[in-house]
Design a protein around this ligand. Sequence first.
Ligand code: FES
Length: 131
Amino acid sequence: MLPVLYLAQAEFGYLGTDAIEYVAKIMGVSTARVYGVVTFYTMLNMKPIGRHHIQVCRTLPCALAGAEKITALIKAKLGIDAGETTSDGKFSLLEVECLASCGTGPMMQVNEDYHENLTEERVTEILQSLK
Ligand code: FES
């Protein structure tokens, strides 16, 4: 089901009710089962997200390396909280669990790209380059 959901998200932009019902129909399962999968994985979005989807890892190794500081900086620079999108639709911010880059934290994923060993200076540069 995950590859189908990934394709549906790419097609629809996010996985709203219509997309979830469509996936359930073509997979031959209940919509409840699809909802269960969609709500489990943070890479699947049930509402529209910004063009640049920022996901900061908050799990212990990244937290010990300074993830909270990185998240606070991004919130301040973008003027949004975790789970929100900027009013111009450019950026979404989400705090997520381990992204399997634990040895190079703090880290974040922006769309498909990983950014590791983050510092406040590096995050500022990345955000500036995306604007
Ligand atoms: S703890 Fe952050 S990537 Fe694993």
